[in-house]
Design a protein around this ligand. Structure first.
Ligand SMILES: *[C@@H]1O[C@H](CO)[C@@H](O)[C@H](O)[C@H]1NC(C)=O
Ligand SMILES: *[C@@H]1O[C@H](CO)[C@@H](O)[C@H](O)[C@H]1NC(C)=O
Length: 445
């Protein structure tokens, strides 16, 4: 009897141990890129955008020529960024199965145009997600082996799992599917709810009320109507955080930004028009989006059981970055492990694992912006934009598999004049640990 009991106990202990090891959240995450030009004709049927480079693939079982097939039900965040060839269009659409969830528009007369978007969605196993061209539009994507602007990133969020407080991590994604004119100082009122795990976004006020304290990531993107100015700020309660700006002569300007914040329960987050905005939207053209996800609760942060690494920094002054130099960000929204070095501009990886990065920039008037995300000495991807007479903006993102001690930074390609002031933070660099798990050397037991 005694022996059997002991054996049982030890089996249970072993099972518990295995469960704890395997209970480590091990998310599906990927980034695809395109390193050659893609020219799609204005044919009646939309064409799927091919991706030639796998920048990272952690457990995405199927990424067949750029179509992500979900193998595990859960909540996922997707980002798409792109750049046109000169004087051509990117008119891209993110689809979940046969449903359009987000659009990207980029065109600048006589120049290159950037566009991006992000959404958070629950997926079922078997759902597929892909980037398509808009039917009946010619789409010309710019890409070469050392100039990857067009990327497709997906990460599984922990949000459908119960956290230690027994509730779900919060996440939301709201969009605008009609035109909207907003008076300066008013919130953008996203009218279409794609995802709202806690019912925390209020359609009438445009305010997201934080359901529980913790660490949150936010993305917001928008498109101005033709010849109109796009100028929006993210506010945390009544505190200014960061902005997006766009204006293109004779065209529709796209802009977006990303930030990570440590928030308290009942804090309010909203996107405010800074000056009158006139936004473009339609049922089948969804450019204006606002998404957020809680990455971890305060309880889990304080328990010390989870490795939590996150930083989010911005530029609060004009900066000229000469060719091949790192961008040094000075506004620290968050830097949990002091892993962002404000002297060198490097994020120094404290713990090996999978990380997600986003970076965005706005140039000075008439200036071009050309920045690159670099991992150690390895090129990852780029952003580029130039808007004649105006301020160019662009962004990009990547999931990277990193080792402790690696460095990740944003550097200039050619001389770049970046725009920033105390209350105009457009240039940002954000990263966080998705999971302390490696694709290269799978951790077993
Ligand atoms: C275009 O799509 C329609 C509807 O899905 C399909 O019936 C048709 O065969 C497609 N045409 C081409 C040229 O692929
Ligand atoms: C902003 O819009 C309001 C309402 O249409 C208008 O009264 C005001 O003049 C506009 N402000 C500017 C600076 O255009």
């Amino acid at each position: 009897m005694m022996n059997i009991k002991l054996t049982c106990t030890s089996v249970i202990l072993q099972l518990l141990f295995i469960f704890q090891v395997q209970g480590q959240f091990d998310p599906i995450a990927f980034t695809l890129g395109q390193d050659s030009h893609v020219n799609i004709l204005d044919v009646a049927n939309a064409t799927q955008i091919p991706f030639s480079v796998v920048i990272t693939n952690h457990q995405a079982a199927s990424l067949n020529s750029g179509v992500f097939t979900c193998s595990e039900a859960g909540l996922y965040k997707f980002q798409v960024y792109s750049l046109t060839k000169s004087d051509t269009n990117v008119f891209l659409e993110l689809y979940v199965n046969d449903k359009l969830v987000a659009s990207l528009w980029g065109h600048t007369p006589g120049d290159y145009a950037a566009a991006g978007n992000a959404v958070i969605l629950p997926l079922m196993s078997g759902d597929f997600v892909k980037v398509m061209s808009r039917s009946q539009y010619a789409v010309n994507v710019y890409g070469t082996p050392d100039e990857i602007y067009t990327t497709f990133t997906g990460v599984q969020l922990g949000s459908l799992e119960l956290n230690t407080e027994g509730s779900k991590l919060s996440a939301f994604s709201v969009t605008l599917n009609q035109h909207q004119d907003i008076i300066g100082g008013q919130n953008v009122l996203y009218n279409n709810i794609l995802t709202d795990v806690n019912g925390a976004y209020d359609v009438t006020s445009g305010v997201y009320t934080v359901p529980s304290s913790g660490l949150y990531i936010f993305h917001f993107f928008s498109l101005a109507r033709q010849n109109k100015e796009l100028y929006q700020d993210l506010y945390h309660n009544n505190q200014y955080v960061c902005s997006i700006y766009g204006l293109t002569d004779q065209d529709w300007a796209d802009a977006g930004n990303t930030v990570l914040l440590h928030l308290k329960q009942n804090d309010e987050i909203s996107i405010r028009a800074d000056g009158n905005n006139s936004l473009y939207g339609a049922a089948d053209q969804i450019y204006t989006t606002f998404s957020g996800a809680q990455l971890v609760t305060d309880t889990d942060m304080n328990s010390g059981q989870e490795k939590i690494i996150a930083f989010s920094v911005g530029l609060s002054h004009h900066a000229t970055v000469t060719s091949n130099n790192k961008v040094i960000f000075d506004r620290i929204f968050l830097d949990l492990q002091h892993a962002y070095n404000q002297m060198s501009g490097e994020f120094i990886v404290p713990v090996s694992g999978l990380y997600e990065f986003n970076y965005h920039a706005l140039g000075k008037q008439n200036g071009k912006i050309w920045l690159e995300l670099v991992h150690n000495y390895r090129y990852v991807n780029s952003l580029y934009s130039h808007t004649p007479n105006h301020y160019a903006t662009a962004g990009n993102s990547a999931v990277l598999d990193l080792d402790a001690g690696d460095v990740v930074f944003v550097k200039s390609h050619g001389d770049v004049d970046l725009y920033g002031t105390d209350k105009e933070v457009y240039c940002t660099f954000t990263g966080y640990l998705l999971a302390p798990i490696s694709t290269n050397n799978e951790i077993v037991g």
